[in-house]
Write a protein that binds this ligand. Structure first.
Ligand SMILES: Nc1nc2c(c(=O)[nH]1)N[C@H]1C(S)=C(S)[C@@H](COP(=O)(O)OP(=O)(O)OC[C@H]3O[C@@H](n4cnc5c(=O)[nH]c(N)nc54)[C@H](O)[C@@H]3O)O[C@H]1N2
Ligand SMILES: Nc1nc2c(c(=O)[nH]1)N[C@H]1C(S)=C(S)[C@@H](COP(=O)(O)OP(=O)(O)OC[C@H]3O[C@@H](n4cnc5c(=O)[nH]c(N)nc54)[C@H](O)[C@@H]3O)O[C@H]1N2
Ligand code: SF4
Ligand SMILES: [Mo]
Length: 693
């Protein structure tokens, strides 16, 4: 029998709305949900490959318990009853002896995150941590320092923008579909795009203005832009005088950071910097300085992200059409959000988090996410206490935290590693137990609350029955919880019941999602009155002079520290994504692997000639913490100070045969250093030497 199901893609975390056509119990076709504005049927390459992932036999097919050494790949099949019993028994032993806090759970934030948070809270462990700090920890902190809202509560109105500046935000390859479609619409309507990156990528090729910046110096560029905007009074005076706290402090601070000074630091011509400031101010407030995710990734990340947000405030583009806006929830229109299990009462936890976030040692990162890259340090040093067990749920610390060798040493100290995954990821391969989750096409999931200009809810609905002996994540955790005697926190027997529980009191039912795949609380876009924006900072204003930073003992405007050039023969290693893969997840998916199966090292032609490296030669890349081999891509399209590779390659799980040992893992080479204020890792603060073999 044929049917069509509205659901949510999960080939990456963006979760675009999709329509799945099913024939005789098989997925026949996947396309974007045509009812959703900004999607209208479109899908990215990874979304289109969902079927290839579903019908791939090289994913985990049943629960597995390790029989050989960790990482040796010797497994025995187990039934769900046995696997759940085994995991619950081991968790009980560990937490009875060492306390609930000796168990940690890491996860890439997803729809069932409220379930895993509940699991840890019920066990009295504060040690839930997500991918967030690895991705944009300092962006989150910077947003809170200026607006009192985190980055997740802020959106970008691409479709109506007139002028946009992207700092290494490689939007046409590091994709979120709605953003791409929105920006394309704006470009068709005449918007101007400036792209800044030490590397010429697809986004650079679509820009009106491209600057090959010296890697790591975006902050210097921004100080010069701010200098020019203030000196020439190019800012939105009305907005700034109403909302900005600390303008005169900023003015005094940027006095010395002239465009001529920035030219020396960044390599960007001073006249061009002035030219951008003048041009973009003509389009205010419908302009965007994109605060990004990754791009620059350095120990001073917090100040770089703050400087971008300040540029938006100076242009008055905050809560403006074609600028950045605060996301509106159902409460704005008298509606109710879906319930979360975390709203229950839990036992009090009286120990700090493993990463000390929220204590004077690490006051500013977001405790809802924690700081993942501290995990290896905390385990190895037993600081603040010994951690004995880890559940890795849709996150791979081995490939996603810098310095894999160090992370593996930390994992070796653990008594229990359990992975909930769909693939033979590197962390699954290194675990004691693998609990396979059903893929997104085989499972119904928790409700997606989508706050934005128009608050909505979406639902992931099962399209086909699971092909293998797999289970939904929220059911796996519930069953372990039952064995541990904390089952009462999980008041459902199936995913449908959990969704019904979430929807209680919202006025919507599961049936309502069947028509279009989503429900909307109202029809109109909501912008707040610009004279009445409820900033959540202590002053109620946009805090250039930040009480969040200063109360914690940090400066709002620390002096700029010049970015060192690499020593002779060395390069700054920078990394990024490809349009064809998601992080470390999809390299083994047949269709995607066929299109791109290996990463290469971009190296500047002049530098390659000096080193005697020719295109496609295999080279060795060496840092202070690791080394590996990779093919060279010799090109003029990269700044001579940096070399670049795609993230996500160099997998070590033997049963994922297509991706096994293909290319090189950036995490093996990168040092685990980070922004000690904002929380982001400094992935781009590793210097490497490159030698021909
Ligand atoms: N296809 C695909 N799309 C994705 C993802 C995916 O895995 N695959 N992941 C999603 C996620 S979670 C994220 S966080 C986003 C990431 O999206 P982006 O923030 O766009 O990140 P990257 O792909 O990491 O691209 C980083 C770019 O920054 C450049 N860069 C390096 N150093 C500097 C510097 O000093 N200054 C400047 N200006 N640029 C620099 C690099 O050369 C690279 O081109 O993508 C999202 N979209
Ligand atoms: N070295 C280095 N580290 C990085 C980055 C980098 O550029 N370089 N980028 C950082 C960024 S921006 C981010 S966002 C993070 C992402 O970090 P991660 O979350 O670790 O990476 P992902 O590839 O998104 O997903 C991890 C795991 O989820 C599994 N998975 C996929 N779908 C499902 C599912 O439906 N259920 C379950 N249970 N598992 C599933 C995949 O098989 C994979 O093993 O990495 C960060 N870490
Ligand atoms: S951006 Fe692509 S992979 Fe990610 S959810 Fe959307 S369609 Fe799927
Ligand atoms: Mo990310």
């Amino acid at each position: 029998m044929d049917k069509e199901v509205f659901s949510l893609c999960f080939m990456c975390s963006v979760r675009c709305p999709i329509r799945v056509k099913v024939k005789d119990g098989h997925v026949d076709w996947i396309e974007g949900n045509q009812h959703v504005a900004g999607i209208e049927g479109s899908l990215c390459p990874r979304g289109s490959a969902g079927k290839s992932m579903l019908y791939d036999d090289q994913r985990v097919q049943s629960p597995l318990i390790r029989v050989g050494e960790r990482g040796s790949g010797n497994w025995r099949k187990a039934s769900w009853d046995e696997a759940i019993d085994y995991v619950a028994t081991r968790i009980k032993e560990i937490t009875d002896e060492n306390g609930g806090h000796s168990l940690a759970l890491c996860e890439r934030t997803q729809l069932a995150t409220h379930v895993s948070k509940t699991f840890l809270k019920a066990l009295k462990s504060p040690n839930h941590f997500t991918h967030d700090a690895l991705c944009k920890g300092s962006v989150n902190t910077a947003c809170r320092s200026l607006f009192g809202y985190n980055d997740g509560q802020i959106g970008i109105n691409y479709g109506n923008t007139k002028n946009i500046v992207l700092y290494g935000r490689n939007i046409f390859e590091s994709i979120a579909l709605k953003e791409v479609n929105g920006l394309m619409k704006a470009l068709e309507n005449g918007a101007k795009l400036t792209y800044i990156d030490p590397r010429v990528n697809i986004t650079a090729s679509k820009a009106h203005r491209y600057w090959m910046i010296r890697p790591g110096t975006d902050l210097a560029l921004n100080y010069a832009l701010i200098h020019t905007i203030l000196k020439e009074r190019l800012y939105d005076a009305e907005f700034v005088s109403k909302w900005v706290h600390g303008l005169s402090d900023l003015q005094e601070f940027v006095e010395e950071y002239t465009p001529e000074w920035a030219q020396k630091e960044t390599g960007i011509n001073a006249d061009e910097i002035v030219g951008l400031a003048r041009q973009i101010s003509k389009d205010k407030p419908s302009v965007i300085f994109h605060y990004g995710y990754r791009g620059a990734s350095h120990t001073n990340e917090i100040y770089m992200r703050r400087s971008i947000l300040m540029l938006n405030a100076l242009m008055g583009s905050v809560e403006a059409k074609g600028g950045i806006f605060f996301k509106k929830g159902p409460g704005e229109v008298g509606g109710k959000a879906a319930r979360k299990l975390t709203a229950q009462e839990f036992p009090k936890i009286d120990v700090p988090r493993f990463d000390k976030v929220g204590t004077p040692d690490f006051p500013l990162p977001d405790p809802n996410h924690g700081v993942a890259q501290i995990f290896p340090h905390a385990v190895l040093n037993e600081d603040p206490y010994p951690i004995k067990g880890l559940i890795a749920y849709r996150m791979d610390p081995l490939m996603s935290i810098a310095d894999t060798t160090q992370t593996r040493r930390a994992l070796d100290k653990l008594e229990l590693i359990v992975t909930i995954d769909i693939n033979y990821s590197d962390i699954a391969w290194y675990s004691d137990v693998i609990l396979p989750e059903s893929t997104y096409l085989e499972r119904t999931d928790c409700i997606q609350q989508m706050n934005g200009l128009k608050p909505q809810m979406y639902m992931r609905e099962k399209a086909v029955e699971p092909r293998y002996d797999t289970m939904d994540g929220a059911m796996i955790l519930k069953r372990i919880a039952q064995k541990l005697g904390i089952g009462d926190y999980f008041p459902y027997e199936s995913m449908d019941e959990l969704v019904d529980w979430q929807l209680e009191g919202t006025g919507f039912t599961r049936e309502d999602f069947k028509k279009k795949g989503f429900v909307a609380y109202g029809a109109d876009q909501i912008f707040w009155d610009k004279n009445n924006i409820p900033f959540k900072t202590p002053s109620g204003k946009i805090e250039f002079k930040s009480s969040l930073l200063e109360n914690a003992g940090f400066e709002s405007f620390p002096e700029y520290e010049p970015v060192p050039a690499p020593e002779a023969g060395k390069f700054r290693l920078v990394v990024g994504r490809s349009a064809l893969h998601t992080h470390v997840s999809t390299q083994n998916v047949p269709y995607l692997n066929e299109l791109e199966s290996e990463n290469v090292l971009w190296i500047n032609t002049g530098k390659a000639n000096e080193l005697g490296i020719k295109d496609k030669d295999v080279v060795e890349v060496t840092s202070a913490c690791g080394k590996g081999q990779i093919k060279a891509f010799v090109t003029d399209l990269i700044h001579p100070e940096s070399v670049f590779m795609l993230h996500g390659y160099g997998h070590q799980a033997g049963r994922a045969k297509r991706s096994f040992n293909k290319g090189l893992s950036d995490a093996l080479i990168q040092e685990n250093v980070y922004d000690k204020i904002g929380g982001s890792p400094a992935y781009h603060d590793t210097f490497v030497s490159v030698t021909p073999l």
